[in-house]
Design a protein around this ligand. Structure first.
Ligand code: G6P
Ligand code: MN
Length: 441
C-alpha cells in the first residue's frame, strides 16, 4: 500500500497525542511516511510536538519523517491528508460561550444554542481563511474538518467552496454512540452498520445491524431502555459529564422510542432540565481546562523530561480511529461506509436541498457517495427545518453583518425561544466576542 503524508492542523490540541496513538494502532489501515503538526499557537505546538517526537520514535519505526511547524508551506505542501481541528479563541472563549447563556438561564453548550452561535461566528472566518491557505498551496489533499460547530462551519464553507469535493466535514459523535451500542450488544463496533439522518449534533439512528445483515434495532432499544446506557470509548468512559449525557440518552429512548437519538438532542428536547443542571462556574470548558488539558500537558512534560513514554497512559480512541479510517477509505478508494456531513440535494427530499445533512455515505477516490434516506416523518422534519433555519440565519448573519438575523436565529433555536432572553444573551455574547465577531448592523 502506498504510504501517505498527513498533516494535523491544530497540532497543539489536547486530542493530538490520542490521534497519534490511533495512527500508530492503525498503521496497517493507513500507512504513513510523514506526519506534520501545524499550529498557530507556537508554545502549545512545541510542547505537544516534542512529546510527539519521542512517542513516534518509540512506536512508529516505519514513519520516515516527523515535524512540527507554524509554517504553512511546510505543513500543507505535498500532504495527502489534512486533519483540521482548530479552536478559535481557545478553551477560554469556550468557557464564555457556555457561561454567558447559563447566566441567562439558557443551555450553555459549545455547539448547541446561543453558545454554538457564538463559537460559530468565531470559527467561520478562521476556517474560510485556512481552507483558502491550504488550497493556495495544495489543491489535491483530502481535508477532513472536524472543527466545531461543524454544522455552522460546514454551511459557511459550503457557501465559499461549493465545488471542493475533497473537503469533508465530519463528527465523531455517531461513532462514539455506536461504540456504546457495540458494547451493549457484545459486537465489534466496526462490524456495526447504521442508518442515520439529521443535521450535525442533531440526528437519529433509524437502524443498527451488523455487516452480515443481522438487524439489532429492536433488541438495542430494549437493552437501552432497560439497562444503564454508558459511554464506553476510552476518551469519555470515565468522564462524569459524558456519563450523565449518555444517561439522558436512555431517557430520550424511553420518551421517543421510534428512533435512537444522537446524545446532543438532549439540549433541544429537555432545554429546561439541562439548563438547570448547569452552573456558570463549572462549565464543560472549565472541566476540560482542569482535566484533559492539564493531564495532556503534564504527560508532555513527563515524556520530554524522561525522554520516553514509560508509565504514560495514552492510547488510541474511537475519535482518532474514525478520522483515520475515513482517510484510508478516501485515499485507497475502499468505498467503506461512514456517517459524514454533506449537502442534502434530495437525500432527504422533504428537507431543504441546500441543508448540510449527516448521513451514511461510501467514501472513495471521488469523495462521498451518500445513500438516499427518503422522506422523514413530521416530528423530525419539523425539528430539523427549525434547526436548519437557525444554522442558515447564523451563517447569513455572518456574511451580511446582520444583527437581526442573529436575533431571529436565536429565537428559532429550541434552547432559547424567548425574544427578550435572545436579545440579552446576544448583547453579552457580542461584548465577549468583540475581537472575533464581524461588526453587526
Ligand atoms: C464530541 C463531539 C465533538 C465535541 C466533543 C466535545 O466528540 O462530537 O464535536 O467537540 O464531543 O467533547 P468535550 O469532552 O471537549 O466536551
Ligand atoms: Mn461533533
Amino acid at each position: 500500500m502506498k504510504k501517505s503524508k498527513l498533516t494535523i492542523v491544530g497540532g497543539g490540541s489536547t486530542y493530538t497525542l490520542g490521534i497519534l496513538m490511533s495512527l500508530i494502532e492503525e498503521a496497517n489501515h493507513l500507512p504513513l511516511s510523514e506526519i506534520t503538526l501545524y499550529d498557530t499557537d507556537i508554545s502549545r505546538q512545541e510542547k505537544i510536538g516534542k512529546a510527539a517526537n519521542i512517542l513516534l520514535k518509540e512506536h512508529y519505526p516505519s514513519l520516515e519523517k516527523f515535524e512540527y511547524t507554524s509554517n504553512q508551506s511546510t505543513a500543507f505542501k505535498d500532504a495527502d491528508i489534512i486533519f483540521v481541528q482548530i479552536r478559535t479563541g481557545g478553551l477560554l472563549m469556550r468557557e464564555l460561550d457556555e457561561q454567558i447563556p447559563i447566566q441567562h438561564g439558557l443551555v450553555g453548550q459549545e455547539t448547541c444554542g446561543a453558545g454554538g452561535m457564538s463559537y460559530g461566528l468565531r470559527s467561520i472566518p478562521d476556517m474560510i481563511q485556512l481552507v483558502k491557505d491550504i488550497r493556495s498551496i495544495n489543491k489535491e489533499a483530502w481535508v477532513l474538518n472536524y472543527t466545531n460547530p461543524a454544522a455552522i462551519v460546514g454551511l459557511a464553507l459550503d457557501k465559499v467552496f461549493p465545488d471542493d469535493n475533497r473537503l469533508l466535514n465530519i463528527c465523531d459523535m455517531p461513532i462514539a454512540i455506536m461504540k456504546s451500542y457495540a458494547d451493549i450488544l457484545d459486537e465489534d463496533v466496526w462490524n456495526l452498520e447504521a442508518d442515520y439522518f439529521g443535521l450535525n449534533h442533531f440526528g437519529w439512528f433509524t437502524k443498527i445491524r451488523n455487516k452480515y445483515g443481522h438487524d439489532y434495532t429492536s433488541e438495542l432499544k430494549h437493552l437501552i431502555k432497560n439497562n444503564d446506557f454508558k459511554p464506553t470509548d476510552k476518551l469519555i468512559a470515565n468522564d462524569p459529564s459524558w456519563q450523565s449525557t449518555f444517561k439522558q440518552a436512555k431517557q430520550m429512548v424511553q420518551d421517543f422510542e421510534e428512533y435512537l437519538p444522537n446524545t446532543y438532542l438532549q439540549y433541544y428536547l429537555y432545554p429546561n432540565q439541562l439548563s438547570q443542571k448547569e452552573s456558570a462556574n463549572n462549565t464543560r470548558a472549565r472541566q476540560v481546562i482542569n482535566g484533559r488539558e492539564k493531564e495532556v500537558f503534564n504527560d508532555c512534560d513527563t515524556i520530554i523530561n524522561q525522554n520516553n513514554t514509560e508509565n504514560i497512559d495514552i492510547s488510541g480512541d474511537i475519535h482518532g480511529v474514525y478520522m483515520i479510517r475515513i482517510a484510508a477509505s478516501l485515499v485507497h478508494h475502499l468505498k467503506e461506509r461512514f456517517i459524514i456531513i454533506t449537502r442534502n440535494e434530495g437525500i432527504i427530499p422533504n428537507l431543504p436541498s441546500d441543508a448540510l445533512v449527516e448521513v451514511p455515505a461510501l467514501l472513495g477516490k471521488n469523495g462521498a457517495e451518500p445513500f438516499k434516506v427518503g422522506e422523514i416523518p413530521t416530528f423530525y422534519k419539523g425539528l430539523l427545518e427549525n434547526q436548519y433555519a437557525y444554522e442558515k440565519l447564523v451563517v447569513e448573519a455572518y456574511f451580511e453583518n446582520d444583527y437581526n438575523k442573529l436575533l431571529q436565529a436565536l429565537v428559532l433555536n429550541r434552547t432559547v425561544i424567548d425574544t427578550n432572553k435572545a436579545k440579552n444573551v446576544l448583547n453579552d455574547l457580542f461584548e465577549a466576542n468583540k475581537e472575533y465577531w464581524p461588526n453587526l448592523n
